[in-house]
Design a protein around this ligand. Structure first.
Ligand SMILES: C[S@@+](CC[C@H](N)C(=O)[O-])C[C@H]1O[C@@H](n2cnc3c(N)ncnc32)[C@H](O)[C@@H]1O
Length: 323
């Protein structure tokens, strides 16, 4: 490892100290209140100090520390920050997971594999258990900024047919199933994600017959569902900001393409149905002009948990759309 110049090392050392103090204080504040709710995964830091461009997440005794990369980033910075935070929280080195996050269109890189350990640990979220993999990908398998949205899904799913688009590891579907959904359908194009979703369902004792997993492109699924006259009462639509089809024949950009996505979703929803639509895109404007809906309310203030409230950025935005 090439060491940075002396001045840079000094700067890094003082940043590491500041960072560790801030995270430790936050940990003391949040740990007990989340333990009381049986929540093992929560955010401890998100770029709160302008020059310390990182996010820190607690996963049941593990730390995931991600640097928001930029051109000036050096390879020494993140390990120094990681070591300081780990020491402050008494976390052993083997439980510290360092990641690099890219922003904007480059964010697509986050779906690439970093390693091949296939190692997962089980974490609690209220009365649910989920597998997370802290080693192999930038994303771990559980987006804890949506834990309040999941609670809303549970509260509204009784007796209905639930659709989970871009389902990833199926956590929304687990909540819907436990909330009494008659059926759940979870759609993702990734086989790995769907296998993981089934593992999460099994872990939570959710029956396979009524809770279907479908490997498909979202738009293809919606076209087929419409043709087959399948309908749903509640849906979660949480697409990535950008995605390209495997064959590179089309690219999806949530800013430009959400009206056509939502229009296709609406075409498979029953009258009076609810769609929770969410995006992480940082400069997003919702366009609903030509859609057949009765109401749409932004509910971001309700869906963002206290550990994700940040002056710097809004981790996600979320709307409740009534068909
Ligand atoms: C942002 S995550 C969704 C997070 C998920 N809603 C959750 O709460 O855990 C993105 C997921 O979208 C899937 N995906 C991306 N493009 C897709 C497409 N065109 N059709 C279906 N799934 C897609 C990816 O495989 C990935 O699992």
């Amino acid at each position: 490892m090439t060491l940075p110049k002396i001045e840079l090392q000094e700067t890094y050392r003082s940043q590491a100290q500041m960072f560790a103090n801030k995270v430790k204080k936050r940990f003391k504040h949040l740990r007990k209140r989340f333990a009381e709710q049986n929540i093992d995964v929560f955010r401890l830091y998100d770029w709160d100090i302008p020059e310390i461009r990182a996010a820190v997440d607690w996963y049941a005794g593990h730390l995931v520390i991600a640097e928001y990369k930029r051109k000036q980033s050096t390879p020494e910075w993140l390990p120094m920050m990681g070591a300081a935070v780990a020491e402050a929280l008494n976390v052993p080195a083997e439980n510290v997971h360092l990641k690099e996050r890219f922003m904007g269109a480059q964010e697509g890189n986050r779906y690439e594999r970093l390693d091949y350990t296939d190692q997962k640990i089980v974490v609690s979220e209220r009365d649910f258990l989920f597998y997370v993999n802290l080693w192999d990908y930038v994303d771990t398998g559980l987006f804890s900024d949506h834990r309040n949205t999941r609670k809303l899904v549970r509260e509204q799913s009784e007796g209905g047919d639930f659709l989970n688009l871009y389902c990833y590891t199926g956590s929304f579907s687990c909540y819907a199933a436990k909330g009494g959904a008659r059926t759940t359908v979870s759609v993702d194009r990734s086989e790995t994600a769907l296998r993981w979703a089934r593992e999460n369902m099994n872990l939570n004792g959710i029956d396979e017959a009524a809770n279907t997993l479908i490997q498909a492109d979202t738009f293809d699924f919606l076209k087929n569902a419409k043709r087959e006259h399948r309908t749903f009462d509640l849906a979660v639509v949480d697409p990535p900001s950008f995605s390209t089809s495997r064959e590179k024949t089309y690219a999806f950009d949530v800013s430009a393409d959400h009206p056509s996505l939502l229009s296709a979703v609406i075409s498979v929803m029953n009258a009076g149905a609810t769609i929770f639509f969410s995006t992480n895109h940082q400069n997003f404007e919702l366009h609903l002009d030509r859609l057949e809906i009765t109401d749409a309310k932004e509910i971001t203030a309700v869906t963002i948990p206290e550990d994700y409230v940040s002056k710097k950025k809004t981790i996600h935005r979320c709307w409740n759309i009534t068909v």
